[in-house]
Design a protein around this ligand. Structure first.
Ligand code: NDP
Length: 403
């Protein structure tokens, strides 16, 4: 029985708060604060209608550390779950330290003026969390999050070492819009337009954005083109799987998405540096995000499934030589919408955020300092994925990937 404070009121937060309310034995009191209180109130109203549970709401700018610290102290939660944007990670960690409360997030810190998502800023909080006797859990979404837990589960139960790891993120959903992103457009486009990086023989190798394309036949979705790109869990996986020879991340995009993105890039609309417009500085990507469909409005129209998982090759634990396993989850957009009022991209992130919070609040995962998902026992988290709406399956493949 624990009190939790969630910060941010977008699609991921909406799913997470609904799922917390569906587990009142773990989350006895839910508080929700964000920049726009009306969005918190809308989530609270939906939660009340669907589950009968009450969510208390507040308005807060999470970048105002003293005000946020006061709010945390007033509420007195056992855990702060950060589901705002990556820019707010460090101020929220500062406020947690000041108020003496544990911390969890789903995406690593990114400075606003540079599309560079790295763990170094948050890993630098290690000593402060340790000295305060507090725990910070980083990246408890799907990717990062479940993809790292999948890898560690394979390492615990199937493979002695992981030599090669490919993370495959397929969204086979169709929202019926010409161009829209499934989560925050600014964060999504910064991620997709950044150069690709993959881990190979002890270092990151950089290649141009979206330059490597492979066709892959995804179960429950069908054949899709996927593109190699950089994703933040590669950094933590390379650290916690020291034997890893090659680690790559792939995401599917339809041709229409690529065409729109290419045009937007070519005309400068994805720039993140300020430009002068009618005497006022604006950031083109932020303006673009303001005119694109809001991800939370895509729920009612999105049909199809996501299929996200890991393919890992390494030496089998049972001594039977080299083996390759594929571990994945399939999630249905319409089912996610029916359960929580949000599409599967928010669902596949919000459910693992709730599970990570449950791990910390029940003491299944504990520690003092800053932790990545790879450092925790995968078993209780994997068990909850099965019972909380993201069941997974694992199968052996004939051999390593041929791409
Ligand atoms: P949204 O843009 O839908 O929601 C973000 C929320 O944060 C909004 O309610 C916004 O407020 C609020 N917010 C922004 N700035 C502040 C601030 N200064 N103070 C308080 N609140 C603020 O994003 P999503 O729900 O799609 O994503 C949430 C997080 O999840 C992001 O960090 C994203 O990167 C991460 N994510 C992780 C994934 C994973 O698998 N690990 C996958 C997808 C997303 P307002 O309503 O006023 O704009």
């Amino acid at each position: 029985m624990s009190k939790v404070l969630v910060i941010g009121a977008g699609g991921v937060s909406s799913v997470c708060v609904h799922k917390m309310a569906m587990n009142p034995g773990i989350f006895s009191e839910i508080h929700l604060a964000s920049r726009t209180r009306a969005k918190c109130d809308a989530i609270a109203a939906s939660v009340k209608e669907r589950t009968g549970q009450t969510v208390s709401t507040y308005e807060i700018d999470a970048e105002e550390v003293p005000a946020l610290t006061r709010l945390i102290q007033e509420i007195g939660p056992k855990l702060v779950v950060n589901l705002a944007l990556p820019y707010q990670d460090l101020p929220i960690m500062d406020a947690c330290l000041a108020a003496g409360v544990d911390y969890l997030d789903t995406a690593n810190y990114e400075p606003k003026d540079e599309a560079k998502f790295e763990y170094k800023w948050q890993w630098a909080y290690q000593d402060r969390f340790k000295q305060a006797g507090l725990m910070a859990l980083l990246g408890s979404g799907f990717d990062p999050g479940v993809t790292s837990v999948f890898a560690m589960w394979l390492k615990k139960h199937k493979l002695k070492t992981i030599r090669q790891l490919d993370i495959l993120d397929c969204n086979g959903g169709d929202h019926g819009q010409a161009f829209a992103t499934n989560f925050n457009p600014e964060i999504n486009i910064r991620e997709v337009t950044a150069p690709a990086r993959h881990w190979e023989n002890g270092q990151f190798v950089e290649t141009p954005a979206m330059a490597k394309k492979v066709a892959f036949d995804f179960e429950a979705v069908g054949p899709k083109n996927m593109y190699m790109m950089y994703h933040e869990e590669l950094e933590s996986l390379a650290k916690f799987l020291p034997e890893l020879e090659r680690g790559r991340f792939w995401m599917t995009f339809g041709d229409a998405y690529i065409t729109h993105l290419t045009v937007l890039q070519n005309v400068g609309m994805t720039r993140i540096d300020p430009v002068l417009y009618q005497g006022k500085e604006i950031v083109p990507l932020q303006f673009l995000a303001a005119v694109l469909p809001k991800p939370e409005t895509l729920g009612p129209t999105t049909k199809g499934k996501t299929n996200i998982g890991d393919i890992a090759t390494g030496e089998a634990l049972d001594g039977s030589g080299e083996k390759t396993f594929y571990i994945y989850n399939i999630c249905d957009h319409e089912d996610a919408y029916a359960e929580t009022g949000n599409q599967a991209i928010s669902y596949t992130t919000g459910v693992p955020a709730m599970i990570g919070a449950a791990m910390m609040l029940t003491g299944a995962w504990k520690g003092e300092g800053v932790f990545n998902m790879e450092e925790m026992d995968p078993d209780p988290f994997m068990a909850m994925l099965n019972t909380q709406g993201l069941p997974w399956q694992v199968k052996e493949l004939a051999g390593p990937v041929d791409f």
